[in-house]
Design a binder for this molecule. Structure first.
Ligand SMILES: Nc1ncnc2c1ncn2[C@@H]1O[C@H](COP(=O)(O)OP(=O)(O)O)[C@@H](O)[C@H]1O
Ligand SMILES: [Mg+2]
Length: 316
């Protein structure tokens, strides 16, 4: 039989939605049984844990109050699949490390950074960063639909926001307030001014009070319009930019992988300059599709340049 201590820890981790700890206690129990010679039960516990890790049991209960405002994802993407500046990568690694080691930090009265604002132009990797943090931490990603909050719940936005923040305690995860400008703007259109103020003030209050184990991310394309009171509530602000020549090259290598041809880099970089990561990714995918459909083995330079130029037209 498991020890009372193990059962207690198991229950605690269950109620805190801490799957990692739950699994590690279950494995300790399996080892305990194995030591006593109960091999069959040890094996059974181990295979249950394995199964849960492959996602066979992933069931998430969404509080009914917020089920139409929050989308749930289980991303598996990792940090090395993103092309980032050294500075941004270091900051993301720090968030991930501090989260994994939060017990160690908290013993000294410190807190891991887990309230983070992501800022930068569209298509530079803010949303995918949220997926990556969730993927690295093996947490679900909850995306809060800000526009729906403002339109559907006009008049009760603050109450809805409270439901979302309550959920952070019961469902540990990464919470992304995407397109944050929707509520964070200092000035709004006239008919929305009052409501925007209310929801912004509510947000400021909730994020300050929050002491959950969840990661809270806000993403914005336009940091300039955000209310300055917001910045103080975040532990960190991460700034995304368009890729530099070296990052353009890395991105194209990553996306074309085994279809990569021999290119004159300066020409490729010139064609891609001024495009976001997302646009370059799209151009690579366009070139890949054409190459695959023509039964060719590599993406030729002229095709890639053409696809990059086609993407650029959108910006002219
Ligand atoms: N830094 C990046 N590294 C690799 N791929 C990227 C990066 N930024 C964007 N992408 C690609 O473009 C897509 C859209 O990016 P997204 O994260 O939605 O941009 P944003 O939220 O900043 O507008 C991503 O799903 C990914 O395929
Ligand atoms: Mg986005």
């Amino acid at each position: 039989m498991a020890t009372a201590e193990q059962i207690k820890s198991l229950l605690q981790s269950h109620y805190k939605n801490d799957n990692d700890r739950f699994s590690s206690i279950a494995l300790q129990m399996a080892a305990h049984e194995a030591r006593k010679g109960n091999m069959a039960i040890a094996q059974e516990i181990k295979s249950l844990v394995e199964k849960s890790r492959t996602g066979a049991f992933k069931i998430i209960k969404l509080n009914r109050d917020v089920s139409d405002l929050v989308l749930v994802f289980h991303p598996e993407i990792r940090l090395n699949e993103l092309i980032l500046s050294e500075d941004v990568r270091k900051k993301l690694e720090r968030i991930i490390l501090e989260y994994k080691e939060r017990d160690k930090i908290q013993k000294f009265g410190l807190h891991n950074r887990r309230k983070v604002l992501l800022s930068g132009p569209p298509g530079t990797g803010k949303t995918i960063t949220a997926s990556t943090i969730a993927g690295e931490l093996k947490l679900p990603l909850y995306v809060i639909m800000m526009d729906k909050l403002m339109t559907k719940y006009m008049g009760e936005t603050a109450a809805k926001l409270r439901d979302v923040f309550n959920m952070m305690n019961s469902n540990r995860g990464v919470y992304l307030f995407d397109e944050f400008d929707a509520i964070g703007a200092e000035r709004a259109r006239d008919n929305e001014v009052g409501e925007m103020r209310r929801v912004l003030n509510a947000f400021l209050q909730f994020i300050e009070q929050d002491s959950s184990d969840s990661v809270i991310l806000g993403a914005t394309n336009n940091i300039k319009i955000l209310d300055s009171a917001l910045f103080r509530r975040f532990d960190d602000i991460i700034t995304y930019t368009f890729p530099n020549p070296q990052q353009i090259e890395e991105l194209i290598r990553l996306k074309l992988s085994r279809f990569l041809g021999n290119y004159q880099l300066n020409k490729i970089v010139a064609a891609a300059k001024g495009l976001s990561h997302a646009e370059i990714t799209n151009a690579c995918n366009d070139a890949l599709k054409e190459t695959i459909l023509a039964d060719k083995k590599t993406v030729v330079q002229s095709l890639l340049i053409q696809m990059l130029k086609d993407r650029k037209v959108n910006y002219m």
